[in-house]
Design a protein around this ligand. Structure first.
Ligand SMILES: NC(=O)c1ccc[n+]([C@@H]2O[C@H](COP(=O)([O-])OP(=O)(O)OC[C@H]3O[C@@H](n4cnc5c(N)ncnc54)[C@H](O)[C@@H]3O)[C@@H](O)[C@H]2O)c1
Length: 246
């Protein structure tokens, strides 16, 4: 997409899975890609640069406000501006509510929900200065339907959708668009947190009859970051092989 060239795009969770695919897609589209993660950010940034793109690796724990402040300073020093943010970093558990540990609830809410909040809070002041900006937050099918074994994860992702809608309405007059992509079951390392039976069950529940590919989420994120989606804000779109439409 031509409107992605030279845009400074921060992708959290860029070290693995969906975030890695998103970062590499932006690299292919000649964006300036900030690969942010607690691990493997350098690996993804190097792969983008080896393929001829422009990338910056940032070690960022999305749940820490001080890490966001440092990341913002590093990006502004390197590229001078921020045009878009994809909050992809996330984690999950596989436990029912009666066995859920308070510490696991806190960890998952802090990464998936608080991390998304901190990311938006960090970049929106830059977008206001620029007169435009794009945020794409990654939620999940679990935000839309009740899936077994995912109480804190479902709560965090439902919160991401509600918060994104609220923030999108606030900043729509400022030419800032905020949308959500809710993946179905996608083949990435996060599936190791599920039992093989759970993954099999979710795949069988998907009308497309297969796991999604990380790139299939990246294409939707790119559309939401492109100028072609400038009149869309506050939406949550499922990219799920039909799972949530049954
Ligand atoms: N794979 C799926 O089936 C699926 C389905 C729905 C939603 N999602 C969502 O997609 C996103 C990406 O998941 P994935 O499948 O690529 O998983 P993944 O485990 O491959 O990648 C997640 C990345 O997030 C990073 N991360 C974790 N905690 C972090 C923190 N505190 N700060 C910064 N980075 C952190 C990890 O280091 C990792 O690189 C997550 O938000 C996940 O909830 C995935």
């Amino acid at each position: 997409m031509s409107s992605l060239k030279d845009k400074v795009v921060i992708v959290t969770g860029a070290g693995s899975g969906i975030g890695e695919a998103i970062a590499k897609e932006f690299g292919r589209n000649e964006s300036k890609v900030v690969c942010a993660d607690i691990k493997n950010a350098e690996k993804t940034a190097k792969a983008i640069e080896d393929a001829g793109g422009t990338a910056l690796a940032v070690n960022l724990d999305v749940s820490k406000a001080s890490d966001w402040d440092a990341a913002k300073a590093k990006v502004l020093s390197e590229f001078g501006r921020i045009d878009a943010l994809c909050n992809d970093a996330g984690t999950s558990e596989a436990v029912e509510i009666v066995d859920l540990k308070e510490s696991d609830w806190d960890r998952i809410i802090n990464i998936n929900l608080k991390g998304t909040m901190l990311g938006m809070k960090t970049v929106i002041p830059e977008f206001l200065k620029n007169g435009s900006g794009k945020i794409v937050n990654i939620a999940s099918e679990a935000a839309h339907v009740g899936l077994e074994g995912l109480p804190s994860y479902s709560a965090s992702k439902g919160g991401v959708i509600a918060m994104s809608r609220q923030v999108a309405m606030t900043y729509a007059p400022n030419n800032i668009q905020i949308n959500v992509v809710s993946p179905g079951i996608i083949k990435t390392p996060i599936l190791a947190n599920n039992s093989p039976e759970m993954t099999k069950k979710f795949t069988e529940a998907t009308p497309a009859g297969r796991l999604g590919k990380p790139e299939e989420i990246a294409y939707m994120v790119e559309f939401f970051v492109s100028e072609e989606s400038n009149f869309i804000t506050g939406q949550a779109i499922k990219v799920d092989g039909g799972w949530g439409s049954r």
